[in-house]
Design a protein around this ligand. Structure first.
Ligand code: CUA
Length: 364
């Protein structure tokens, strides 16, 4: 059979629809180029602007692509349909080895993919690498069905509400305590899976004050949908500091107790002598008098306990320092002089001990 170039009929109708597609493409490029993403979904943090720019680029380039591909598909389906006058075994024009066509349908998509890759890798770099790390490090843990947040110097997990300060870069580590959840803040345009045993990290900088939803996008059980009631609150320095210091103070007893337990001692700063006097009257005065050492009831008199030349050491042989007095109050003491129960048996808190030491310091 003779091998010749096929005859291609690009008639007047073809050029008319091509012109229509070009106009529609121009309109779609204009529409997506000027589309107001922020009115649709506010931006609450960097990199939301970068993500929106990438989305805009994708829409502006895929709009014309969609219009031409689907448009020609519909046009050719209609233009080259089988007609009643065609013989039953008719087949369409067969085209092989059109080099210029193959060149262009390879070159154009390749250029497009390369540009898209450069654009998105640049944004990815901004999110993952270039974000400043001099801000605050926060952790979020997914639970069935809520989030908790951990902050520096706050003991334990804060439930339900994440507070962040405008303009302070955040390094957020996320994980899960039970099943797979996810951490998605649409207004920040960031998202990470929360996976048990794995820590994922996000970098962002809060920009606009407000209260924004956190949404779980991994089906995690019956109340999966309830997780979107959790919020992130972006606020100014004064409001954030008040909230943060509130949690630091609220959990300070626990933090102090843990610090004391790890250091083996009870912190004595901030003890109140007057509160100590009241505690002494309630819990100690049955066994101790504020009188010289020899005036015992059950235990020795405690007047001048920290400043007694005749008794430079305590009953346990340790030097008479506030820390060592606190240690006896904490652990109790048992010796030939008698037995004193520990802080648990005596019902003393860390604060009580700090107060008692402060009170005894002043009994010279
Ligand atoms: Cu947590 Cu879905």
């Amino acid at each position: 059979m003779e091998n010749r170039d096929p005859v291609v009929h690009l008639d007047r109708n073809f050029w008319i629809v091509t012109a229509v597609f070009a106009v529609l493409s121009a309109i779609s490029v204009w529409y997506f180029g000027t589309f107001d993403f922020v009115r649709l979904l506010p931006e609450s943090a960097a990199p939301a602007g970068d993500i929106d720019a990438l989305t805009r680029f994708l829409l502006m380039s895929s709009g014309p692509l969609f219009i031409f591909v689907i448009g020609y598909l519909l046009y050719f389906t209609i233009a080259y349909r089988v007609r009643r006058s065609d013989p039953p075994d008719a087949i369409g024009t067969q085209i092989h080895d059109n080099h210029s066509l193959e060149l262009w349908w390879t070159v154009i998509p390749t250029i497009f993919v390369v540009v898209m890759a450069i654009f998105s890798v640049k944004i990815w770099y901004n999110i993952e690498v270039a974000q400043p790390t001099n801000g605050i490090a926060v952790e979020s843990i997914g639970h069935q069905w809520y989030y908790t947040f951990r902050y520096p110097n706050v003991h334990g997990e804060i439930p339900n509400e994440m507070h962040l300060e405008v303009g302070v870069p955040v390094t957020l580590h996320v994980t899960s305590s039970d099943v797979i959840h996810s951490f998605w803040v649409p207004t920040m345009r960031i998202k990470a899976d929360m996976v048990p045993g794995l820590i994922n990290t996000l970098h962002f900088t809060p920009l606009n004050p407000g209260t924004y939803k956190i949404i779980c996008t991994e089906f995690c059980g019956t109340l999966h949908g309830e997780m979107e009631k959790q919020t992130v609150v972006i606020e100014d320095h004064a409001h954030f500091t008040a909230w943060y210091n509130g949690w630091v103070a609220k959990t300070k007893n626990v933090s102090d107790a843990i610090a004391a337990a790890s250091a083996g001692a009870i912190p004595l700063t901030g003890g109140s002598a007057s509160a100590g006097q009241a505690t002494f009257a309630a819990k100690c005065s049955a066994c101790h008098k504020i009188a010289p050492f020899d005036q015992k009831i059950v235990g020795p008199g405690l007047k001048g306990i920290l400043d007694d030349p005749k008794h430079p050491n305590l009953v346990d042989g340790q030097k008479a320092t506030p820390e060592n007095v606190a240690a006896i109050l904490q652990h109790g003491y048992k010796g030939d002089i008698g037995a004193m129960p520990d802080m648990t048996a005596n019902g003393l808190s860390n604060k009580d001990i700090a107060n008692l030491v402060e009170f005894l310091k002043n009994q010279k």
